[in-house]
Design a protein. Structure first.
Length: 341
């Protein structure tokens, strides 16, 4: 496309307001069509605001769009279940509906996605240098078809996953809440860990181990088993794992990586993502340099007679902290451009 035509197309692209709402922080940005304006990204601490509407009003007060100032569409990614256009945050007392988005923005088109759905819509738009290979595709495995399914798995404040399907009608990313299914149990120690973490919510969910606070619970369980109960924050545990000078932190990391490998392998067999699995989230990024030596791959492939079959599903970590915003922009742009709108 000639430069003048490209400039004209960019100018004609809709102005979008985007938000990625986690359990702790919310990131907000503007976009022109599918292109996120990285210079407009701002972070808000959720505890400082009663709800998302307040966050969006505060953001627009400081980041009014260029030109007319009109917002054409709003798309948000919420860390919680979305049903009938309403999101209920899992680890935050916020409820988000269409009015939450239209009142501060005046936009005529709005969309609310589960955060993993947004991450799924970002695949294909993430720079290759923001992808870290954890388990590369085996040389003996044929490259996947362009329509091969993929899977995004979020490990951060919480845990969740969503399959990504390419269809003749476009990309489909069904939502799920798989972070709240039972923890996998292989050993007597796993059962003891389940009983330890179920005291939090009366049920031993995957998220109670595979998350930031889950890592803290694993460490607390191990110290209790050793007869010297102690509490440490996730960041402190990760720093000790990286330093390699703390045996208890190292053990906690091995338990975490093993259960993450088992759970990721289970999800791979459920969804058959021949296009690859993509781990996202702050905890996934922090563990990325250590997963190999902590036993992730061994646990991932530990599927009995299907051990060899697991080579079909490579695993990557997404190092792009703003991928959910990219996914929101891509999803809303495609929706607004769909025939019949």
């Amino acid at each position: 496309m000639p430069r003048a035509a490209a400039v004209t197309a960019a100018a004609a692209a809709p102005t979008l307001l985007l938000a990625d709402i986690g359990g702790t922080n919310t990131r907000v940005a503007l976009a022109k069509g599918a292109a996120v304006r990285t210079d407009t990204i701002a972070r808000f601490r959720n505890a400082d605001h009663p709800g998302l509407e307040t966050v969006l009003r505060a953001y627009l007060a400081d980041h009014a769009p260029d030109g007319t100032g009109a917002i054409d569409g709003v798309c948000v990614a919420a860390a919680g279940p979305v049903r009938d256009g309403v999101a209920h945050m899992t680890n935050l007392d916020w409820t988000i509906d269409a009015g939450t988005l239209t009142r501060p923005s005046g936009a005529g088109t709005v969309a609310i996605l589960n955060d993993l759905q947004a991450q799924g819509h970002a695949l294909g738009h993430i720079a290759t240098d923001n992808l870290i290979d954890i388990l590369p595709r085996a040389d003996t495995v044929a490259p996947p078809a362009a329509t091969a399914s993929r899977l995004v798995i979020g490990v951060g404040t919480g845990f969740n996953a969503a399959p990504v399907h390419e269809t003749p009608a476009g990309r489909v990313v069904p939502p799920s809440e798989c972070g709240h299914v039972n923890l996998p149990i292989r050993t007597e120690a796993d059962l003891r860990l389940c009983h330890f973490v179920e005291t939090a919510h009366g049920f031993p969910a995957v998220e109670d181990v595979l998350s930031g606070r889950g890592l803290e619970r694993v460490h607390a369980w191990l110290t209790a088993e050793a007869g010297a109960p102690a509490e440490r924050g996730a960041a402190e545990i990760m720093a000790a794992i990286a330093a390699g000078d703390d045996a208890m932190a190292e053990q906690a990391g091995r338990v975490f990586a093993r259960i993450l490998g088992t759970t990721t392998g289970n999800l791979a067999l459920i969804h058959l993502p021949f296009g690859g699995l993509y781990l996202i989230g702050g905890v996934a990024r922090a563990f990325a340099p250590h997963l190999d030596r902590l036993g992730f791959g061994t646990a991932y492939r530990d599927k009995g007679r299907f051990t060899g079959f697991m080579a079909n599903f490579p695993v990557h970590v997404v190092a792009d902290d703003y991928a959910a915003l990219t996914g929101c922009a891509g999803y809303l742009t495609a929706t607004m451009a769909a025939p019949g709108r």
